[in-house]
Design a protein around this ligand. Structure first.
Ligand SMILES: Cc1cc2nc3c(=O)[nH]c(=O)nc-3n(C[C@H](O)[C@H](O)[C@H](O)COP(=O)(O)OP(=O)(O)OC[C@H]3O[C@@H](n4cnc5c(N)ncnc54)[C@H](O)[C@@H]3O)c2cc1C
Length: 384
């Protein structure tokens, strides 16, 4: 009998990759995290370093200038950055698990040749589905694309688009045939600077403040047919299939966040003294730490299992929905307990855990709210 390796057992290259990304995050991101949060900006110098490190192109084949890694490597990168700063985690996540993933799967050879080398060297991507009137009901989008002979003219507004401020390449969903419902939805790649396309206001947010979230405006924005991503009317498939994988990335973001909150708390309870001894010596505190660690470990199993299923070409739809529901609840719970165990210091910005508590909330909202994940899980259970 051959025993299967444990889920959380990393291959040598995976362990080296995770450790080197975490080391980088600890050295280069940690000193910037508080200021980036306060100013609600992503450091451009840091972004340059992320490209140099290869974490903005994890799955892009080496022939296109990428790192030639797996989806599992992407997940390890998102986890490692989010352990330090979940804003940097989501920047890396959207680039890899949504944008690059969609181009690799749906791009023509021409699109791949045009965009993959850029995405590997200096271009940030954004994934633009949501609108003011269509969030959970994403396919009810009002953005339209009309054929103009050799291209399409896009008109509409997208809302809450991650990386909107920094991105130069936007995957945009629009309906070319509203009478056909979701079968009219089509994906396009729109470059920053295309006439008729502007990036609008940037949201002022509760958490992940260094990650930009922007409105996008399209006013008769004409793109040639060569900018189609996938076939006309197949945009719903591009969206569904990419988001199914993206959800695992959000699981990794929430996992890293929870691990980060636990790391800070372990260090703090050893230092902070009350009643003449470190608070970590009280059994009540130890039990709370033990629960936090158990939550983190269970989340890691879900996230890693989903990523491994995906890399092995096995079904993972229900597992990814479970992974997102669970990881985002754990992140909120663990960050909340971290705040409690830091006491008054947990509530002030000088210490890192109040930020993680704020950052955790988004996990239950984007890339499909918790309720929408529960719908997916229940459909599978009931065979409906
Ligand atoms: C910081 C941030 C970054 C984002 N980044 C991106 C991005 O890069 N690209 C992008 O396209 N979008 C992005 N989004 C949008 C995000 O995906 C949506 O906000 C999310 O899908 C929820 O949509 P909504 O806000 O319209 O909420 P709604 O759909 O209005 O939901 C409101 C509430 O109703 C519940 N609900 C709705 N329908 C049902 C139902 N059928 N059954 C049960 N409950 C239901 C929801 O669960 C939720 O609790 C981002 C959002 C934020 C806040």
């Amino acid at each position: 009998m051959t025993a299967m390796p444990a889920l959380t057992r990393l291959a040598e290259d995976e362990a080296i990759f995770r450790d080197s990304v975490y080391e980088f995050a600890d050295k280069e991101v940690r000193p910037l995290a508080r200021e980036m949060d306060e100013k609600a900006t992503m450091s451009p110098a840091l972004v340059t370093k992320l490209f140099e490190l290869g974490v903005m192109s994890v799955e892009i084949p080496e022939s296109f200038g990428g790192a030639g890694g797996t989806f599992f490597h992407s997940v390890l990168a998102v986890e490692s950055f989010s352990r330090v700063d979940p804003s940097v985690g989501v920047l890396v996540d959207v680039q890899n698990t949504l944008v690059i993933n969609a181009v690799l799967r749906w791009g023509t050879e021409e699109i791949k040749r045009k965009y993959l080398p850029k995405l590997a060297s200096n271009t940030i991507g954004a994934y633009c589905l949501s609108e003011a009137g269509s969030g959970s009901d994403a396919f009810a989008m009002a953005t339209r694309a009309t054929e103009t002979g050799d291209g399409f003219s896009i008109t509409g507004r997208k809302l809450w688009i991650t990386n909107g401020n920094e991105a130069d390449m936007f995957i945009v969903f629009a309906n070319v045939n509203p009478d056909a419902g979701y079968r009219g939805i089509t994906a396009f790649i729109v470059d920053r600077g295309t006439p008729g396309f502007t990036v609008g206001k940037k949201e002022d947010k509760l958490g992940i403040r260094a990650s930009s979230t922007c409105e996008l405006l399209f006013e008769e924005c004409v793109v040639p047919k060569s900018q189609l991503l996938g076939e006309v009317g197949k945009g719903y498939k591009v969206a569904i299939e990419t988001l199914n994988e993206g959800r695992i990335g959000i699981g990794a973001q929430m996992l890293g966040l929870a691990q980060g909150a636990l790391d800070h708390t372990i260090a703090y309870v050893k230092e902070r003294k009350q009643f003449g001894r470190p608070i970590g010596e009280f059994q009540g505190v130890q039990f709370q730490l033990a629960r936090m660690a158990t939550d983190v470990e269970a989340t890691r199993l879900l996230v890693y299992n989903c990523a491994r299923l995906r890399d092995q070409g096995l079904p993972f739809l229900t597992e990814a929905a479970m992974c997102k529901v669970y990881s985002s609840e754990v992140a909120e719970r663990v960050a909340s307990m971290a705040v409690n165990l830091f006491g008054g210091n947990g509530f002030v910005k000088e210490y890192p855990v109040e930020k993680l508590y704020r950052d955790a909330k988004i996990g239950q909202i984007y890339e499909g709210t918790t309720n929408m994940q529960l719908v997916t899980i229940a459909k599978d259970l009931l065979g409906s």
